[in-house]
Write a protein that binds this ligand. Structure first.
Ligand code: F6P
Length: 308
């Protein structure tokens, strides 16, 4: 997010616009927590994880009264357009706000989950995958040395976008994701047949939002069915949301930050800047909110083939 914010500020300065940062998103907009930003405000931030503007969820912005207060604050500061870095919730708020008060917003996709329609990759996703993969490589050392079966939960509230590359790149036997209903029985069957082929260590990647139940439930069921397996559970957790961004993320964030500002300058509103098939694209917020990005099923097959 910092790399994107830096690009927004610098693109604004480049085009001669006065730029303000709003602390804690909509929550800070309502309270008037605005910070005048110039080029130096974002020095030494491109390599930093998180966001110097901080982030918050705002219940109040979901009310008309809250949005009215936010609008009053924007008017007081002479703000004519917004760049919002976020996901579905952020863009839903921006759409309603524009309909009520006419303040245009252009968005940039900021979520590690990569589950936003309108961009092939979201800002933070590549870093999160690489962080999770590094953790899985380390877990594999114990799995291999001690002949164990590890169930590793990675993030992805509603999606398997993080889980799938982790499974392919991390050499997992199985990946469980919310988009594809894989029963625990199928997991048991696959592990049983791998065990019968004298495999001695196993990695099963479970996306956080997996519908068959959480990682502990899956591990418990497998242990009951195959008691000879020495099972362990690891939850990679919030380390996936932090750390210095990868080169790919810095590039994407910079490109989309500039695109968001230039979109606003070109009169756009209620659209998200994204990259689709390597091309810069602006997708209506309505589509990013209502359309579902589809998981490439051939990746699931790759996990099967590669773990044979
Ligand atoms: O939406 C991104 C995400 O990282 C999800 O993958 C995860 O479920 C969630 O955020 C965690 O959010 P919180 O920090 O509020 O628990």
């Amino acid at each position: 997010m910092n790399a994107c914010l830096r690009a927004v500020v610098r693109a604004g300065v480049y085009h001669g616009i006065e730029v303000y940062g709003i602390m804690r998103g909509y929550s800070g907009m309502i309270k008037g927590e605005f910070v005048r930003m110039d080029s130096a405000s974002v020095s030494n931030t491109v390599q930093r994880g998180g966001t110097i503007l901080k982030s918050a969820r705002s219940q109040k912005f979901m009310t008309k009264e809250g949005r009215q207060q936010a609008f009053d604050q924007l008017v007081n500061h002479g703000i004519e357009g917004l760049v919002a870095i976020g996901g579905n919730g952020t863009f839903t708020g921006a759409t309603i706000f524009e309909k009520e008060f006419g303040i245009p917003t252009v968005g940039a996709p900021g979520t590690i989950d990569n589950d936003l329609y309108g961009t092939d990759y979201t800002i933070g996703y590549d870093t999160a995958v690489n962080t999770a993969l590094e953790a899985i490589d380390k877990i594999r050392d114990t799995a291999d040395s001690h002949d164990r079966c590890f169930f590793v939960e990675v993030m992805g509230r509603d999606s398997g976008y993080i889980a799938i590359p982790c499974a392919i790149g991390g050499g997992a036997e199985i990946v469980m994701v919310p988009e594809t209903a894989m029963s625990v029985d199928a997991v048991i069957e696959t592990l049983q047949s791998s065990y019968a082929r004298h495999k001695t260590s196993f990695i099963v990647i479970v996306a956080e939002g997996e519908e068959e139940g959480n990682v502990h439930h899956v591990a418990r069921r497998v242990k009951e069915a195959i008691p000879q397996l020495d099972t362990r559970v690891t939850i990679v957790g919030h380390i996936q949301r932090g750390g210095s961004p990868t080169a790919a993320d810095r590039l994407l964030a910079s490109q989309l930050g500039i695109a968001a500002v230039e979109g606003l300058l070109n009169g756009m509103k209620n659209v998200m800047a994204g990259i689709v098939d390597r091309k810069l694209t602006y997708t209506p917020f309505d589509d990013t909110i209502n359309k579902r990005k589809v998981i490439n099923q051939s990746f699931m097959r790759m996990v099967e083939i590669l773990s044979v």
